[in-house]
Design a protein around this ligand. Structure first.
Ligand code: ZN
Length: 99
């Protein structure tokens, strides 16, 4: 049976980073506002594990920060843009409706 879920970007509010060393998981609120100290730069992803201080691969927090920018842009659009998650990856999604 083919199952899919359609979600709004706001349904995907939290992203979780896993520390490669101690497996601590850090959940980031993509809807978070600006870092209290600076207010210049959005604060999202930590650069290092808060438990063991092992730095994350720099690509990880950078990607999450980029995701936050996209998240905020899409969240402003409300339900104009939604995402579809395929429950069964072996079945292709249905074709888009004809214009
Ligand atoms: Zn760690």
């Amino acid at each position: 049976m083919y199952q899919q879920s359609v979600v709004s970007i706001k349904d995907l509010r939290f992203a979780t980073l896993a520390c490669p060393r101690c497996n601590t998981r850090v959940t980031v609120d993509l809807n978070a506002e600006f870092e209290p100290e600076s207010r210049r730069r959005p604060f999202v992803a930590p650069r290092a594990c808060p438990r063991c201080d092992t730095p994350f691969d720099s690509a990880v927090p950078e990607a999450v920060d980029s995701l936050q920018e996209v998240y905020k842009a899409l969240a402003k659009l409300g339900s104009a843009v939604t995402f579809t998650a395929n429950g069964d990856q072996s079945v292709p999604p249905p074709p888009p409706p004809a214009k």
